[in-house]
Design a protein. Structure first.
Length: 80
């Protein structure tokens, strides 16, 4: 990871962004020898890949099927 001070980042932002796009390498920006930000390439995540745990879940009923009268919870009477 390359490093820059904040002044370099301000004055060279466009060229830094082009370099990040070209190389895929991130930059760490410092102010007074303390890291304050990281510039890294944007990486789109594939949201169509399910979490591995999801393949282990099984549903033994049709969740779109309406409940029968017996399956509805009983209403509780509260004393006033």
């Amino acid at each position: 990871m390359k490093t820059l001070n904040i002044h370099e980042a301000e004055t060279q932002l466009l060229s830094i962004l082009l370099e990040i796009k070209r190389t895929g390498e991130a930059y760490l920006i410092y102010r007074d020898r303390e890291p304050i930000a990281e510039l890294s390439p944007y990486r789109r995540k594939n949201r169509l890949i399910p979490h591995p745990v999801m393949s282990q879940i099984t549903i033994d009923y049709d969740p779109t099927e309406p409940l029968s009268q017996n399956e509805w919870p009983e209403e509780e009477e509260h004393a006033a």
